[in-house]
Design a protein around this ligand. Structure first.
Ligand SMILES: O=P(O)(O)OC[C@@H](O)[C@@H](O)c1c[nH]c2ccccc12
Length: 259
């Protein structure tokens, strides 16, 4: 396996990844013992007409500080409110996440947990497995053509991969790699701008291309009406800031899912 060339990753995303790469200046080994593939994350996302992945998000480059949360309390509130899966950020500099948050959440919730980070070294996938996650995020904007190798190694480690795209070109790469779960990010991570038209457009494109896997609309959602608009288009939705910053996470989750 190779490491991605980060010099071609622009903007804020490039800055985040360049610093993250410094945390993983390790030799590349891919000798992690093969694990039986769990499909817990994928199965959970197929269990509802519009499944919710609720994210524990204390800060972000676009909003700065969002909320001081107890990650376990937050995740349990999301679970009680009706979320089908939990996303936990493990990037510390920009998102105030932590591996400890992920481990603590995994120990307490019943539903599957996604490791949300900027995967740019195979070790990050092994860690996700060791920490008890059911899935990892793989971003085409970071990994580019390496997405296929990272996808294969994710499956080797027994995890599901959420392969994230933001443009039609990235979607083509994801489809060619043979992934099972695609997330379309409404946020352009190079500029941090949100456009809620991006998910429906690229999800329709994936379906038209014959993709039969799970399709997730990501970022920028805060109202039940916005979710109603993508119900029937997306299989699942990923919501972070509006829930994490709501002050009453269980009610906010319930309210979001009510329409
Ligand atoms: O907070 P929001 O707008 O609800 O977005 C959640 C999630 O989609 C977002 O955190 C996200 C999507 N892809 C990412 C990649 C890295 C970091 C964060 C993200």
């Amino acid at each position: 396996m190779r490491l991605p060339d980060l010099t071609r990753v622009p903007g804020v995303l490039g800055e985040i990844c360049t610093l993250r790469a410094q945390d993983y200046q390790l030799p590349i080994t891919t000798d992690f013992p093969q694990q039986e593939k769990s499909c817990r994350f994928e199965t959970a996302l197929r269990s509802q007409p519009l499944a919710l992945i609720a994210e524990v998000k204390q800060a972000s480059p676009s909003l700065g500080a969002i909320a001081e949360l107890d990650p376990v309390d937050a995740a349990l509130s999301y679970q009680r409110g009706g979320a089908s899966a939990i996303s936990v950020l493990t990037e510390e500099r920009y998102f105030k996440g932590s591996p400890d948050f992920l481990k603590a959440v995994v120990a307490k919730v019943e539903i599957p947990v996604l490791r949300k980070d900027f995967v740019l070294h195979p070790r990050m996938i092994e860690e996700a497995r060791e920490w008890g996650a059911s899935a990892v995020l793989l971003m085409v904007s970071v990994l580019g053509d390496l997405i296929g190798e990272y996808l294969e190694y994710t499956h080797h480690c027994g995890l599901d991969a959420l392969v994230e795209v933001h443009t039609a070109e990235e979607l083509d790469i994801a489809l060619a790699a043979g992934c099972k779960i695609i997330g379309v990010n409404n946020r352009d991570l190079t500029t941090l701008k949100i456009d809620l038209e991006v998910s429906p457009r690229l999800i329709a494109k994936a379906r038209a291309a014959g993709f039969e896997g799970v399709l997730i609309a990501e970022s920028g959602y805060s109202t039940p009406e916005q979710l109603a608009e993508i119900r029937g288009i997306a299989d699942a939705v990923l919501v972070g800031s509006s829930l994490s910053g709501s002050g009453s996470l269980e009610e906010a989750t319930r309210e979001l899912l009510k329409v």
